[in-house]
Design a protein around this ligand. Sequence first.
Ligand SMILES: [Fe+2]
Length: 287
Amino acid sequence: MVAVENEAQITERVLKSLEQTPNPRLKTVMTSLIKHLHAFVQEVQLSEAEWLQAIQFLTAVGQKCDDRRQEFILLSDTLGVSMLVDAINHRAEHGATESTVLGPFYREGARELAPGESISLDGKGEPAIVSGRVLSTDGRPIAGAVLDVWEGNDDGLYEQQDPNQPDMNLRGRYRTDAEGRFTVVGIKPVSYPVPVDGPVGQMLLALGRHPYRPAHIHFIVSAEGYRPLTTHLFASGDPFLDSDAVFGKKDSLVVDFERHDSADEAAQRGVRAPFYTVDYDFVLLPA
Ligand SMILES: [Fe+2]
């Protein structure tokens, strides 16, 4: 019993050391973190070898990060923490489009494109035209809303993962017109594995989990006076929709990519056949 009391005293001493924390939110967060972390160590009766392995794992996650690779976001995503934070912060939003993970591949500074201009810089992949309106939850169209769009290529790689793609390939920003309309042109997305050449990949392997994400296009939709929306559109029929490696799929974000084979129709739309179309309205919540 003496040993158990001693263990409890360690936790109490650490909690006591937090009592003078000037920032009340930091105090709340750190107090809870210590309680749960110590309870976790007790629950699994962590061995010294496991403790060292955990330190080495987190070190490797940090060392894998650079300006093109964010292994910590990938860790958060694959543990479902990103989706839990998203769910807590976007509860019951009165008909607004649902959000999902940002993911580790967003880059700021994509060029602004005219409606119907393509985000593809290398012309590879099957064209996909995503059009619709950006609306307020009261149904009014939002003029001048910005859609920041990005996706992987037809091999399932984002440009920063792939030295064969032009810099900032498959990224672009579009602005809605006076009626809130937009026309984004990208490529039909494919399912892809999250990067498995780092510690998170090792973790998935050890857990017997596959690393695939269902095919999707990323969007951040923003407009003055509205809450920014970070979301995806997922392609219906994808085999990984129900086992997304980062738990990001929501049914309301699954859309049909309708295939068109007519070369004439393709020419009229400024793309080549076969091409795909998606109609989707994004709905933003007033700030
Ligand atoms: Fe993605």
